[in-house]
Design a protein around this ligand. Structure first.
Ligand code: GDP
Length: 444
């Protein structure tokens, strides 16, 4: 089973939380050590492991318990979401040129599976309805040219191979011209690999990239090399500028370090993965499916997601009741702002609101800052003050104390209190309008 060792290591973490009723800093300490160890044994790079563990711990301790979900299940979900984020979140699709042929330049060290990937990629794109051409640019290994010809024939894709006399950049250029002539949708250019990184290879790649102006520059790396693969992606990106990686040999007993480190270390996504030697063994890289496979707990994840939805529904109903009885207090206020913050960056949320397209980044940053400042002030209030904002409205001394504790001017605290009451009024009016359902007639 792929990443079996990692799955087993994480399993140890959950098992230690069976029977606890809440996640605390103390009771997650040992499970977090298990997670850390499992990731390090999977050959995930150390800085990535550190950030990962820190982020998961922070979320686990602060999290609201979902009704019916056990703490260990909740931690599984947090780790899952963090794994997905680590691997880049969404699937990173191949980009196609708007006009003319799409050019995909493939680079990689010897033996990683680059030649095989050329043919697999053509096979994959053919299934998507694209016509393809392979260009044999690995001039240092005559066997590679022959291998590409054989594989091209096997998948029914023409191979442009003028031999090993020309320089790789020249071959690439001629190949591209040929593709334009034949109205080919996608040209896949193979390049020479070396046993290790050297200047000659990088210079050649730079030159080839320059003449091709490729749509995609993809580095092929071997999953068996773990975090070393992530370091390679980083180096190639800095040297020649790449658009992503293709991770091969995920079917072997690779430990997961490459899949988990590449995006976080290099900033470049894994676009495709190879999972075997057959031509059909190449597929897009789906971070969520990969995380699901690593955890091996599809049913738990689905269950937690459903429960989360129910909780959100109940909270919304609860909030509505409060609004109707005009009891909306600072706790609700805080919950609201946190809910917004949890939806990701404000910019994403604002982007989803129709008609809000013209909000500038600086306005968004300002809004985010405001939210943070509000939270600081609300945190400085006593539980009683949060529940009864009237206390703050009536007492300048209380406002002064909140101001001192939060390090904000008294005026700003007063503004926040006023804002809450304004919100109450506005919500009441809104509810009134909805209940009454009457719109006042406009007078002349
Ligand atoms: P290149 O030197 O980078 O061009 O590597 P090749 O394409 O010649 O592949 C090297 C070896 O790895 C070959 O035996 C391939 O069959 C094998 N290979 C390539 N991709 C995969 C993969 O995803 N899984 C497995 N198991 N083997 C692969």
């Amino acid at each position: 089973e792929m990443f079996g060792q990692l799955t087993g290591g994480l399993e140890a973490a959950w098992s230690k939380l069976r029977g606890v009723d809440v996640l605390t800093k103390e009771n997650i300490a040992e499970p977090m050590r298990d997670i850390r160890r499992a990731l390090l044994e999977a050959d995930v790079s150390l800085p990535v492991v550190r950030r990962f563990v820190q982020s998961v711990s922070d979320q686990a301790v602060g999290v609201d318990l979902i009704k019916g979900v056990k703490p260990d299940q909740q931690l599984v979900k947090i780790v899952h979401d963090e794994l997905v984020g680590l691997m880049g979140g969404d699937v990173s699709d191949l980009v196609f040129a708007k006009t003319g042929p799409t050019v995909i330049l493939l680079a990689g060290l010897q033996g990683v599976g680059k030649t095989t990937v050329c043919a697999k990629l053509a096979f994959y794109l053919k299934k998507l309805g694209k016509s393809c051409m392979l260009v044999a640019g690995d001039v240092y290994r005559p066997a590679a040219i022959d291998q590409l010809k054989i594989l091209g024939e096997q998948v029914g894709v023409p191979v442009y191979a003028p031999g090993s006399e020309l320089k790789p950049a020249q071959i690439a250029k001629q190949g591209l011209e040929e593709a334009k002539k034949t109205m080919t949708d996608v040209v896949i250019v193979d390049t020479a690999g070396r046993l290790q990184i050297d200047k000659g290879m990088m210079d050649e790649l730079k030159e080839t990239k320059k003449v091709l102006n490729p749509t995609e520059v993809l580095l092929v790396v071997d999953a068996m090399t773990g975090q070393e693969a992530a370091a390679l992606v980083t180096t190639f990106n800095l040297e020649i500028g790449i658009t992503g990686a293709i991770l091969t040999k995920l079917d072997g007993d690779s430990r997961g370090g490459a899949a988990l480190s590449i995006k976080e270390v290099s900033g470049k996504p894994i676009k495709l993965v190879g999972r075997g030697e057959r031509m059909e063994d190449l597929e897009p890289f789906y971070p969520d499916r990969m995380a699901g496979r690593i955890l091996g707990m599809g049913d738990v994840l689905t269950f937690v997601e459903k429960a989360q939805e129910v909780m959100k529904q109940e909270e919304a109903e609860d909030l509505q009741k409060k609004i109707m009885s005009a009891k909306f207090d600072f706790n609700d206020f805080l919950k609201q702002t946190r809910a917004v913050a949890q939806m990701g960056s404000m910019s994403r949320v604002i982007g989803m609101i129709p008609g809000m397209g013209k909000v500038t980044p600086s306005q968004i940053r300002e809004a985010e800052r405001n939210l943070k400042e509000m939270e600081v002030m609300i945190n400085a209030m006593t539980p009683e003050e949060r529940e009864k904002p009237e206390l703050l409205a009536e007492s300048p001394a209380r406002r002064k104390r909140v101001a001192t504790e939060s390090g904000k001017p008294e005026k700003q605290v007063a503004q926040l209190v006023a804002q809450l009451f304004q919100m109450r009024v506005r919500m009441k009016n809104l509810m009134g309008a909805m209940e009454g359902g009457s719109i006042p007639a406009l007078s002349n």
